[in-house]
Design a protein around this ligand. Structure first.
Ligand SMILES: [Cu+2]
Length: 250
């Protein structure tokens, strides 16, 4: 009788351990909570069910360092990369204060902020644990109008980073930023034939890991051709068919 009771106790204890562990791990990370990043808006329920896992874990858009996207190329968070969703846009001047909320204060290498490929902010993490929350003020420089700010938290003791995207309207421009008008003054006397300046995306040959790809470049893989959606350095596992956030089949 005594042995039976012991066995029942052990059996009851095992599932509890099995289920508690993954939940604890999954909740551990961080995101930009203010101004509300795309993931924060998802967690607030602002986009209903169109957010995938970000609705429940805004802090978990984790991926390898060096990406330029909102999901960390993590397919459970791919909705964050969708510019067509009705993201709330935050109006700001050229100085922007952001708040990171952490559910685990990982040792931090640094924070990087990018707009359109330009790094507009950098804060060292001194390879220390950040305080929670952590606030940064960055200068958005010459950018105006509708912009997507990439906020990246680079972890100090893993290969990974956490990605947040914040949709901004800088300096009240509104709408989309018009492309800069090039005022080329041509001498009227010489009638030079127009040189054909067809912008052909650079052909990158066959896809390879550990290669830096620019947005718009093309590669072949498995007999298909793909166009790079956003600049990144490739890694094994990010083959074009596996990384829809990075590669578009053409
Ligand atoms: Cu974590």
């Amino acid at each position: 009788m005594k042995i039976m009771r012991k066995a029942a106790l052990v059996l009851a204890a095992v599932p509890a351990i099995v289920f508690i562990t993954p939940v604890g791990t999954a909740s551990a990370h961080g995101y930009v909570s203010s101004p509300a990043s795309r993931a924060a808006q998802c967690a607030q329920g602002a986009l209903g069910n169109s957010c995938g896992q970000a609705r429940y874990e805004p802090q978990s858009a984790e991926g390898p360092k060096g990406l330029m996207n909102c999901s960390g190329a993590n397919s459970a968070f791919r909705e964050l990369d969708n510019d067509a969703l009705p993201w709330k846009v935050h109006n700001t001047g050229s100085s922007l204060t952001l708040t990171w909320t952490f559910t685990a204060r990982h040792v931090t290498r640094d924070y990087e902020y990018f707009i359109n490929g330009t790094r507009v902010g950098y804060v060292s993490g001194n390879n220390a644990q950040p305080s929670n929350p952590t606030t940064h003020t960055i200068n958005l420089g010459g950018f105006s109008g509708r912009q997507k700010l990439y906020a990246i938290w680079n972890i100090g003791d893993t290969v990974n980073a956490f990605y947040s995207c914040i949709d901004l309207n800088i300096n009240g421009g509104g709408g989309t930023t018009p492309p800069p008008t090039t005022t080329t003054t041509r001498p009227t006397t010489t009638t030079t034939p127009p040189t054909s300046t067809t912008q052909q995306p650079p052909a990158g040959g066959t896809w390879a890991a550990n290669t830096s790809y620019a947005a718009g470049s093309t590669v072949t893989y498995g007999g298909s051709t793909y166009r790079c959606r956003q600049a990144h350095t490739s890694l094994t596992g990010w083959e074009p068919p596996n990384a829809a956030a990075l590669w578009e089949k053409i």
